[in-house]
Design a protein around this ligand. Structure first.
Ligand code: OAD
Length: 267
């Protein structure tokens, strides 16, 4: 594994840039590129991460809200938390890391993003092929699992009624996100799984790599022969599975890597 972006890296920089050039020669528009993104990619847009200093889950009562029982015991408190997150996310803008990924897709590269983020900043940047592994705060669904209401979009900020009510059965609605201890949607797991297994270049951006199954995709990609590059401000448990760790804020590092390693010849 190589590390780029640390002071200790300095001496090897030339070799690393050379490596970029070698890799770049192999990256074409047929190269299957997959990105696994986490909260760190949206940090520079002003959306707090979950762990680390200032992380949302540092407050245990907030972490409890993001469980099925914690939300159900007080839906009003739960919705106040999600209403605040929606306000924060609505005022946030995609940063250069989101934008460069959307640009690659626009340029015709075969790129799919598997995101753990619920903020939809990838889509707002222009990315179309996004698997929302943990759902999104911009959809609601009914808390009554027997209700036939399908998940639907809602972008009202702030919400006019808290908690919102299901018009079909009268129960409370909930955000269409995956809470702790809940299973992911099978269709998303299958899509992420099959994409990862055929990936040539796998980029792991701004995730602590400790929440599964998302974290497993970097390992599955590696075991299936992908070249795996991590972008983070620090090393993570996924670093040993990566061919290259690029340390530093991904809003700077990801665009510079992509311009240097992938699309240096593009206008
Ligand atoms: P975390 O909060 O666990 O980790 C954020 C990662 O981003 C950390 O590794 C940081 O070092 C890194 N980071 C922070 N700022 C960065 C920057 N500017 N550039 C690059 N990296 C940066 O967030 P996730 O890994 O997304 O799940 O957490 C995974 C899941 O845990 C979330 O989707 C959420 C949470 O519980 C659910 O709610 C189901």
């Amino acid at each position: 594994m190589s590390v780029w972006g640390t002071e200790s890296w300095e001496g090897e920089e030339e070799e690393m840039l050379e490596k970029f050039r070698i890799d770049r020669n192999h990256i074409t528009k047929d190269t299957v590129i997959t990105v696994l993104s986490g909260a760190g990619i949206s940090a520079e847009s002003g959306i707090p991460t979950f762990r680390g200093s200032g992380g949302l889950w540092g407050d245990e009562s907030l972490a409890r809200i993001a469980t099925p029982y914690g939300f159900a015991e007080d839906p009003e408190r739960g919705w106040r938390f999600y209403d605040d997150r929606r306000k924060n996310m609505a005022s946030a803008k995609p940063n250069p890391a989101h934008l460069i990924l959307a640009e690659l897709e626009e340029m015709g590269y075969d790129i799919v993003i598997i995101t753990q983020n619920v903020d939809r900043l990838h889509q707002r940047a222009g990315s179309k092929k996004v698997i929302e592994l943990h759902g999104t705060v911009w959809e609601f669904r009914c808390m009554n699992s027997r209700c036939e209401l399908k998940p639907f979009e809602n972008y009202e900020v702030p919400l006019s009624a808290i908690p919102p009510i299901c018009e079909k059965c009268g129960n409370y609605l909930r955000p269409n996100v995956v809470f702790f201890e809940e299973p992911l949607e099978l269709v998303d797991i299958q899509a992420a799984d099959s994409r990862t297994k055929k990936t040539d270049l796998f980029l792991v951006v701004g995730t602590s790599g400790i929440v599964y199954p998302a974290a497993a995709y970097a390992q599955i990609a590696k075991f299936n022969g992908a070249y795996v590059v991590e972008f983070n401000i620090e090393k993570t448990p996924l670093s040993p599975f990566c061919d290259l760790s690029v340390l530093g804020p991904c809003g700077e590092m990801l665009p510079s890597f992509i311009r240097e390693a992938i699309c240096a010849g593009e206008k």
